[in-house]
Ligand binder design. Structure first.
Ligand code: ATP
Ligand code: MG
Length: 286
């Protein structure tokens, strides 16, 4: 029987929508959000399992699933021997220590002998040990941010993205101990058939990510500024330059990375480019 890759995704939570979207952009169709616990893709040899995120590293280790998407925070906290195949760039957040707003903070040493509430006892324990701080870690599974106001702990160690939850609970973030994003994890030592499917999937994921990080750019340039403008637009190999109907002008087509986008656009305009069009790219195949 042909191999079927089993992929574990979070059933419903902060990873779910972006995970589904990623597979959709990779052209892999499956039923999602129907309340079912699994779904076989109609156009890729994969079966999707919908689970709680905390359970995914364990299922991947045990071979119930071959691949999974989880936050790095969960992958590291559970400590399962799974392989990180690729970083996915969504669900970015940080694990931070926070204390009541009115309390002064000098440094991590302030936590000496204190009670800290967290859902991440391993990550926090490792951090405190590295700082040489001895504190009491109270593991709780949710609503960590209320622990100081109910007298359970003097500090918390919790996931933060905008910081608004901390703020509304009268807390301030004082130290970041871990930065996280969604990652694709795999069971080590997959058989050759499954590894070939993982490689196929990874090729698609990288093409989708490259497209997101780049824009297609079309502009008109006076011929005497072409050298300067094309030097700013290396593209995938080199830019396409074709003459315009207007004498002395050319059209330049290229690809521009999102990270240096505005700096480059400003430099290109200053060099004399006109009629600049910036167009999203759907897929980018190297
Ligand atoms: P489950 O019911 O599956 O156990 P959960 O409540 O434990 O879900 P979520 O809150 O859905 O988990 O978060 C899943 C992951 O998303 C976290 O482990 C973290 O990596 C990331 N995450 C958490 N909070 C945020 C946030 N505010 N912004 C971005 N990413 C986040
Ligand atoms: Mg969870």
């Amino acid at each position: 029987m042909a191999s079927l890759l089993r992929i574990a995704l979070q059933k419903s939570g902060r990873l779910s929508e972006d995970s589904y979207q990623l597979f959709k952009e990779c052209g892999i169709r499956f039923d999602y959000g129907t309340g079912k616990l699994k779904s076989v893709s109609s156009n890729f040899p994969a079966e999707f399992l919908f689970l709680r995120d905390d359970d995914i590293p364990g299922y991947v280790e045990d071979g119930v699933a071959d691949l999974g998407i989880v936050g790095e925070n969960v992958a590291v906290e559970t400590g399962r021997p799974v392989q990180t195949v690729h970083k996915l760039g969504f669900s970015k957040c940080r694990l931070s220590i926070a204390i009541p707003r009115g309390v002064d903070w000098v440094g991590t040493q302030d936590l000496q002998g204190k009670n800290i509430a967290t859902s991440y006892p391993n990550l926090l324990g490792t951090y405190l040990a590295g700082e040489g701080v001895q504190a009491e870690i109270h593991e709780i599974s949710g609503s960590v941010e209320i622990a100081p106001s109910i007298g359970l702990a003097e500090a918390v160690c919790d996931i933060v993205s905008s910081g608004s939850t901390l703020l509304s609970n009268g807390l301030k973030e004082v130290e970041t101990i871990f930065r996280s994003e969604a990652i694709l994890i795999a069971r080590p030592a997959l058989d050759a058939d499954k590894q070939a499917l993982v490689d196929k999937l990874l090729f698609r994921i990288k093409s989708v990510q490259a497209a997101k990080n780049n824009k297609y750019i079309v502009l008109n340039a006076p011929n005497d500024a072409l050298d300067q403008i094309t030097a700013l637009l290396p593209g995938m190999k080199s830019p396409t330059v074709t003459p315009l109907a207007t004498e002395g002008w050319s059209s330049v087509h290229s690809v521009l990375n999102e990270n240096e986008f505005w700096e480059n656009i400003e430099a290109i305009r200053a060099a004399g480019a006109e009629g600049i069009l910036v167009i999203p790219i759907e897929k980018m195949i190297y």
